[in-house]
Design a protein around this ligand. Structure first.
Ligand code: ZN
Length: 456
């Protein structure tokens, strides 16, 4: 029997596509998603959800709730764009673009639309009495800055949920069974004393020297860290002109490692470099944390439910027009990237004219750590969390690129949105109906947390 929610999604595909396109058009960067969040909040309010706006100290974060009691399923929405990615939809446009603007190079517009569709469809099921429980959609800002979910987790917003589900646009339909790197990002601001660089440099204490010495220290440190560690920095202030000793200078560090405990140890070592540099240069320094984000805690029980739902839903059926569009975009994807995607995802017979036509059957690179980080990690340590990727761009297309932006503004993404909303709905329906799986997910969550506690 088709559920009320499924009927609703099928009847509202155009509406869900409009949500994706509207947020794509707003293209607002982290913590500035004013129009995107207000637009989504209004949609949920109109659908009868209770909406709390501006939660966890962020104007663009929200919580939208429907139903009551348990099982209580939370859905994580994101809607931030990336600076400088532009909204160019063709190579020519990108080349001739004068002023690069923000763009949805990670497809969070489609992510938001899929989660909204899933949430509204689940509410239909609850309203019509087909399932019992509660659904909460969390509007999580600033994923690209790794800020939103960390602050929401700290505010305890996720804690009442039994499980959290989310999804992400990608080139391939697959369930996340990998973890991600934990990360700390912060700015070190040094203050010294200015002086004329030629007349009285002996009176100066250079803040830039401190930055440079700190960086030298970091580059020596690289030899004495585990291979999973990544250290990157940019100098955000290096003084104004060479003939004035810089009074202030700043360097911005991002450090990654396999888990948050290793990141905390590494952070202390990086802090020591700053301290050492400040002593050597007789300057002072302040540290400002930009983000502090956990690795993702997998949940195999939820991964299994998601895979079942994905296989039942099936991949989107692409039209001739979509294939033609995909072929044009695909010409700009490096052959090496296409080949890599092909072999890693075992895509033989599942790719046609640049688009994925199947579901990855299994758990891609199970248990490995992705080089990248996501603030889904912060949520996943509070409540059992499951995530999947849905095809919304061409095979091999790198994230954070104009190719991704372009596809996520097209009907390819709109098709992906409908599929992902259906997967979220199906997964939720299974969990509302079979409480055992929620209990198993909770047991696995506790077990994994204990393993981690014993490790450190
Ligand atoms: Zn993303």
């Amino acid at each position: 029997m088709t559920s009320e929610g499924m009927t609703w999604i099928k009847a509202n595909e155009k509406f869900l596509g409009e949500i994706s396109d509207t947020i794509w058009g707003y293209a607002e960067t982290g913590l500035k998603e004013y129009r995107s969040s207000a637009y989504l909040e209004d949609i949920f309010e109109k659908a009868g959800f209770t909406v709390r706006r501006g939660v966890a100290g962020m104007e663009t974060a929200f919580v939208a709730e429907y139903g009551c009691g348990h099982p209580h399923i939370g859905l994580l929405a994101e809607y931030d764009a990336l600076p400088g990615l532009s909204q160019a939809v063709s190579h020519e446009q990108k080349i001739y673009e004068k002023v690069p603007c923000a763009g949805h190079g990670c497809g969070h517009n489609a992510l938001a639309a899929a989660v909204t569709g899933g949430g509204l469809a689940i509410a239909q099921d609850i309203q019509k009495g087909q399932v019992k429980g509660k659904v909460t959609v969390f509007g999580c800002p600033a994923e690209e800055l790794l800020i939103g979910k960390g602050r929401m987790a700290e505010a305890g917003l996720f804690d009442e949920c039994d499980v959290l589900l989310s999804c992400h646009p990608n080139d391939v339909n697959y369930v996340w069974a990998r973890t991600s790197n934990a990360v700390w990002s912060g700015k070190f601001s040094f203050t010294g004393r200015t002086a004329h660089a030629a007349i009285d440099p002996y009176n100066g204490r250079s803040a830039l020297d401190a930055v440079e010495l700190m960086n030298v220290g970091a580059n020596y440190l690289r030899e004495h860290v585990t291979p999973d560690v990544r250290i990157h920095y940019v100098i955000t202030n290096g003084g104004e002109v060479p003939n004035v000793v810089p009074k202030s200078a700043q360097v911005w560090y991002t450090i990654r490692a396999q888990n948050r405990e290793s990141v905390q140890t590494l952070k202390a070592r990086i802090q020591n470099l700053a301290l050492g540099a400040s002593i050597m240069t007789e300057t002072t320094f302040e540290t400002e944390t930009v983000s502090d984000c956990s690795d993702v805690l997998r949940n195999k029980v939820l991964e299994q439910v998601l895979l079942e739902s994905m296989k039942e839903t099936g991949a989107p059926v692409w039209t001739e027009e979509e294939y033609r569009f995909a072929e044009r975009i695909s010409e700009n994807v490096a052959e090496g990237l296409k080949r890599k995607a092909h072999s890693e995802y075992h895509l033989d017979g599942q790719v046609y004219r640049g688009l994925h036509t199947g579901i990855y059957d299994g758990f891609y690179r199970e248990g490995e750590t992705m080089a990248v980080s996501t603030d889904v990690g912060d949520a996943s340590w509070r409540v059992p969390t499951g995530v999947f990727s849905f095809a919304s761009t061409v095979i091999g297309s790198p994230g954070h690129s104009w190719l991704y932006t372009s596809c996520c503004g097209s009907s390819i993404a709109r098709k992906g949105v409908s599929m992902a909303a259906q997967v979220l709905l199906r997964t939720a329906e299974k969990l509302y109906e079979d409480h055992k799986r929620i209990i198993m997910a909770a047991e696995e969550f506790k077990k994994e947390q204990t393993v981690r506690e014993e490790m450190f």
